[in-house]
Design a protein around this ligand. Structure first.
Ligand code: C5P
Length: 302
């Protein structure tokens, strides 16, 4: 088999350690500041040359396998920008729950962009991949880099932060999901302000300061998410899951992105595993840990 015929990659999920929503723009999109972190929970993407066109085969039949799927759109965009003929088959083994705030669809899209780029001897820089990704979804630029990253703008401004030490996590995905568009819209209604928030008081800035100083112990106390309030008002069980996680020994618990999943930070893998067995009544439960994809052997050329 030709060296560039097939590539398999892990597409990792993310959590937002902070998420400050600054204000809303004329087109309805929001400016934000966030510290984002890749975690070990992942989908697996395989890209191979195939018949003319783009064919996406997804293990989860509830997820569309046409241009509504961000991985499909990533393949289309890569071909449009590079002029490469679309002749690919993509298989997507889904593990990351959707409508969870874990960035699964965006991570799949970023993995497709990265895999196509490797397959074609890297004609595009990471910066260009980010620009393409920003047109597909706000979280895609983050996933082009991964690790511990400070994000700004609508998600397209990326600054790599020092990698945090391994944090052990429990993630609970309730039976219901939350639409990202709804979460942002509802926040606007609740806030009832068009006044942009002053960037100097953002929790994200304090988090970045502590992470740059290597002050890891402060991390669990500083996690925060502006999108929590609207979601908790509609689904109070999110607050209950957070409380339960703290009762079970979590050092800090927070809703993931726009929800509905919740993550808790635990002191060790065994503490996380013990807590996870007590949370099943709330939905699907996962244990995971923070990772830095560059140090993982996540990319494979066959
Ligand atoms: O870009 P993405 O597909 O993740 O966005 C989904 C929805 O979330 C958008 O249609 C928009 O309503 C909202 N959103 C926003 N501001 C952002 C990111 C997302 O209002 N920065």
């Amino acid at each position: 088999m030709d060296i560039h015929t097939e590539i398999t990659r892990n597409a990792y999920a993310k959590i937002n350690l902070t998420l400050d929503i600054l204000g809303v723009e004329a087109d309805g999109y929001h400016r934000l500041r966030s510290v984002m972190q890749t975690i070990s929970l992942h989908d697996v993407i395989t890209v191979r040359r195939g018949k003319p066109g783009i064919r996406l085969i997804c293990s989860d039949k509830e997820i569309p396998s046409d241009s509504r799927n961000l991985a499909y759109r990533a393949a289309e965009s890569f071909c449009a920008v590079t002029g490469i003929m679309p002749e690919f088959e993509i298989t997507l083994d889904k593990q990351i729950p959707h409508q969870a705030g874990l960035g699964g669809g965006s991570s799949d899209a970023a993995s497709v962009l990265a895999a196509f780029n490797i397959m074609h001897d890297e004609p595009l820089t990471k910066r260009v991949l980010c620009n393409i990704g920003a047109g597909i979804g706000s979280d895609v630029p983050f996933f082009i880099y991964g690790g511990t990253v400070s994000v700004g703008g609508r998600g397209e401004h990326i600054e790599i932060l020092p990698p945090i030490p391994v944090c052990h996590l429990v993630i609970v995905k309730p039976k219901f999901g939350i639409s990202t568009a709804w979460a942002y819209r509802r926040l606007d209604e609740i806030r009832d302000d068009s006044i942009a928030r002053a960037p100097d008081i953002l929790i994200t800035n304090s988090m970045i300061e502590y992470l740059n100083a290597g002050d890891w112990d402060r991390l669990p106390a500083l996690i925060s998410n502006d999108l929590e309030q609207p979601s908790i008002e509609k689904h109070p069980v999110i607050a209950e899951i957070k409380r339960q996680m703290v009762n079970l020994g979590s050092k800090g618990a927070l809703m993931c992105g726009s929800g509905s999943a919740v993550f808790g930070i635990f002191g060790s893998e065994s503490e996380a595993v013990n807590a996870s067995s007590e949370l099943n009544e709330y939905g699907d439960v996962y244990t995971a840990y923070t990772i830095h994809p560059d140090t993982e052997t996540d990319s494979e050329l066959i």
